[in-house]
Design a protein around this ligand. Structure first.
Ligand code: AVJ
Ligand code: FE
Length: 445
């Protein structure tokens, strides 16, 4: 079955049922990730990079209250007194455990109370007349926000010490691909979107970008390929690293991706509490931008720019149009991509042939986030909406853009235009990369 893309003709009833479905799915995920551990575990900080899980939980409810209960619904607040505790800009993650936060039971009942009001607001809101209401934008934004925190909570699970508490079936096995890289022809394509209903402000507006021809890997760089870089002494050769990357490699004493351990000749990794040999055909993950960049330099290649990544993912050579996803305009289904925490690991190359782009680039969506070489910035004509703290305050050269989502990202929170960002030293996200290169003259006639 194919999920048809939303169109401007969708009735309010159709939007309402889509919203109810995505809100319920997000809540089920939040509950699963927080019910999996005991109360002590929920209030503990598992890493200075992360909030206690109980903070994420109540923060999700507080954002839902701010946007949907109060702003869209115009209803009386549920808990105005706790807003500042859950404002991400008032308290850095490292300080959050010492705040007078709602406890696990209090957070759960807060979320229930907010959600009950929101379902009533959904039923009674006109879904037109304000930008926040058009095509149920605010509801879609809130569902995406909860799913983004669900991926953050999954990353907290990965950082947490102790026995495994999460389990999921493995994805389909890898399959061989006809080529290791493909040529993406030069020329214009439309980057970003002005029409995707729930696209966030940083994905807008759609605009034409000229891209020079380039080659891009048909699959993400694997653990096996990355091991060759390690074995070749890549972590000890400053020539492969940028100045900032080498300084960080030295200071943090990096020798391998995060969560890897070497024992004799074998590399092991810990994945959600399970120790296992590093699987060679799976995409490498938990590498920083700097490690990705150094690998590419060693391999005689480079990271793709964000525009290159998006052209490889969305551009249809037959029509010249940009698709919503590599496979077309239909919403993601399980056969297209490894999304939604259905599996707790990325799949190997070739596991999702139905999700390939027209040019034959595989697994751009799902499996692992992919580092690009681009800084996070606003597109020409950018306007912050509905609040500058989602995107605008992060624009600048400190953050690098990642694309495509991971196995931990929900379909509602990933698109061909979706942009994620993080500091170039970060490794806690489910991020890997694919490489690119410029053609030599005889390759582009
Ligand atoms: C888009 C993943 C970088 O988690 O910092 C969540 C998403 N913004 N709450 C983040 C977000 C506000 C954001 N990222
Ligand atoms: Fe948030």
């Amino acid at each position: 079955m194919t999920m048809q893309p939303p169109t401007p003709e969708w009735s309010p009833e159709r939007w309402r049922s889509r919203v109810a479905e995505v809100l319920a799915r997000a809540r089920g995920r939040s509950q699963l990730l927080t019910d999996a551990v005991d109360d002590d575990d929920l209030v503990r900080q598992h890493s200075p990079l992360m909030s206690p899980l109980v903070w994420d939980l109540a923060h999700v409810g507080n954002q839902e209250e701010l946007w949907l209960v109060r702003d869209v619904g115009g209803r009386t607040p549920v808990r105005q007194d706790i807003d500042q505790l859950y404002d991400a800009f008032q308290h850095p993650r490292a300080d959050r455990p010492s705040l007078p936060l709602l406890g696990p039971a209090g957070a759960r009942s807060y979320l229930r109370e907010v959600r009950a009001k929101v379902l009533d607001v959904l039923e009674h809101s006109p879904l037109e007349g304000r930008r926040l209401l058009d095509q149920a934008f605010a509801f879609g934004m809130v569902a995406q926000h909860e799913q983004q925190h669900d991926e953050t909570m999954l990353a907290t699970h990965q950082l947490r010490a102790g026995a495994a508490v999460l389990d999921a079936p493995d994805p389909l096995p890898p399959a061989s691909l006809p080529a290791a890289e493909v040529l993406v022809p030069g020329g214009p394509f439309t980057m970003g979107t002005s029409t995707e209903p729930w696209a966030l402000d940083n994905e807008r507006p759609g605009h034409v970008v000229q891209v020079e021809p380039f080659f891009i890997d048909t699959a993400a760089v694997t653990n096996g390929a990355y091991l060759a870089f390690i074995d070749a002494g890549g972590y000890d050769e400053p020539a492969w690293w940028s100045a900032a990357g080498w300084a960080h490699r030295q200071e943090a004493a990096l020798t391998a991706p995060r969560f890897w351990q070497q024992e004799g000749d074998t590399w092991w990794r810990v994945r959600f509490g399970v120790r296992e040999p590093v699987p060679p055909s799976e995409p490498v993950m938990h590498v920083s931008f700097h490690e990705a960049q150094a690998y590419c330099a060693w391999a005689g290649r480079r990271l793709p720019t964000e525009a290159e990544w998006e052209k490889a993912a969305r551009w249809d050579p037959a029509t010249g149009r940009s698709r919503r996803y590599p496979w077309g305009d239909a919403d993601p289904e399980p056969e297209h991509a490894n999304l939604g925490q259905r599996h707790l690991r990325p799949a190997g190359a070739g596991a999702y042939p139905r999700g390939a782009s027209p040019l034959g680039v595989h697994q751009l969506i799902g499996d692992v986030w992919e580092w690009t070489s681009s800084d996070f910035g606003g597109y020409p004509g950018f306007t912050a909406f509905p609040y500058p703290e989602y995107s605008l305050v992060f624009f600048g050269s400190e953050y690098k853009v990642l694309r495509g989502g991971s196995f931990g990202s929900d379909p509602v929170a990933v698109r061909g235009t979706f942009r994620n960002w993080d500091y170039p030293i970060r490794r806690q996200i489910f991020a890997g990369f694919r490489s690119a290169r410029d053609p030599v003259p005889e390759e582009v006639g």
